[in-house]
Design a binder for this molecule. Structure first.
Ligand code: CA
Length: 364
């Protein structure tokens, strides 16, 4: 008879070694005759079907990561990808992650930029004079935010760690569980949303910008000396310095928002944009008549992604930071004199000033 070749040569080789090495056990119950080649083949084939892994039989066996379906406990998230997407089982009974969304998050600070990568490590580039562009190694992050000379991140265990300048205690995050963190765009404080949906803040508090706030918050952005946060009912609360009206957000339902130096902007539930606060260079005069999905406010310019994935920026454009290139983007981050965007093919593109290398992301 001819041997049916298994789909996994390595396993077959192991099965062969096992069969030869344990011949007496395999021969138990067999007629006590000298093995012929045919009989050995029969035993090997039988052994293969009974004890060896057969990819495609729908049974998960030793040496297989999966067979036809993937165990429910295995997810894209458990493989280190974004929660979206699904694992599949390939023809070699190996888990296939190609349909998992790659988890990347881009954030842009005053003169540095950071990317949270698929393996949940963080890489930063640009001004590193205070260590703000040197992310801790070995930590696993789920969300990051770059600010004014420092950066903060939520780790997989929900703790927050910040790195960079600490002149006003902006690195001293409390030992709480967080779901989001935001580092000041221009100032020296940071705030986070806790797992109880309250806000906790730390660092500079000369204008009440680091006062905590209780109550069902779902998204937060920290400006220079003020903060704005979206509540579960989509309303917005701002607090801190308000000399320019930057802490006086309009009423309405918000999908996204950002707090800049002295202004704020939001994407409303109808996908229009609204801005408030200082408007010295047009930073609070957003484009109208388009549908937007997300926004990032920088020091004095802001950028938003529309429903086609195009980036539109407005406000201070001294170095071209408000002149976005064409392309399809999934994320955008506005800094002081530079802006970066994450394109739909995973490439990071930056524009504006590159005087600190803040617009030169490392090669992937
Ligand atoms: Ca199998």
């Amino acid at each position: 008879m001819s041997l049916v070749l298994p789909k996994r040569p390595v396993l077959f080789a192991l099965a062969t070694l096992f069969a030869v090495g344990c011949e007496p056990a395999l021969d138990e119950g067999q007629p006590d005759v000298q093995d012929t080649d045919d009989q050995l083949d029969t035993e090997l084939d039988s052994d293969h079907e009974l004890d060896g892994a057969e990819c495609g039989n729908g049974v998960l066996e030793e040496g297989e990561q999966c067979d036809a379906s993937v165990d429910a406990a295995d997810t894209c998230a458990s493989e280190g990808f974004a929660e979206a997407g699904a694992l599949s089982c390939n023809d070699a009974c190996e888990i296939d992650t190609t349909a998992c969304d790659v988890f990347e998050q881009l954030t842009v600070g005053i003169n540095h930029s950071c990317l949270l990568q698929a393996d949940r490590s963080v890489v930063c580039w640009g001004n590193d004079d205070g260590g703000q562009a040197t992310a801790p190694a070995g930590d696993s992050f789920v969300q990051i935010d770059a600010g004014n000379g420092f950066t903060c991140g939520v780790r997989s265990d929900e703790s927050v760690v910040c790195w960079g300048y600490n002149n006003e205690g902006q690195l001293n995050a409390p030992a709480k569980n967080f779901v989001q963190v935001s580092a000041s765009m221009g100032g020296y404080h940071a705030c986070g949303i806790t797992d109880g949906n309250d806000v906790a803040c730390w660092g500079g508090n000369n204008m009440g910008q680091a006062e905590p706030l209780g109550g069902n918050f779902v998204h937060l952005s920290v400006g220079r000396s003020h903060n704005c946060a979206i509540k579960g009912d989509e309303s917005v609360v701002c607090w801190g310095e308000n000399d320019r009206g930057q802490a006086t957000a309009p009423s309405g339902d918000f999908m996204d928002l950002g707090a800049g130096n002295d202004h704020g902007c939001g994407v409303m539930a109808d996908s229009s944009l609204m801005c408030w606060g200082h408007d010295s260079v047009g930073q609070s005069a957003p484009p109208q008549g388009m549908l937007f999905e997300s926004i990032s406010t920088g020091n004095a310019h802001s950028c938003a992604i529309d429903s086609d994935g195009s980036v539109t920026c407005w406000g201070w454009d001294s170095e071209g930071q408000a002149t976005a290139p064409e392309g399809v983007f999934t994320q955008v981050g506005a800094g002081m004199v530079h802006t970066c965007g994450l394109k739909d093919d995973g490439a990071v593109v930056c524009w504006g000033s590159d005087n600190f290398g803040q617009s030169s992301p490392p090669a992937p």
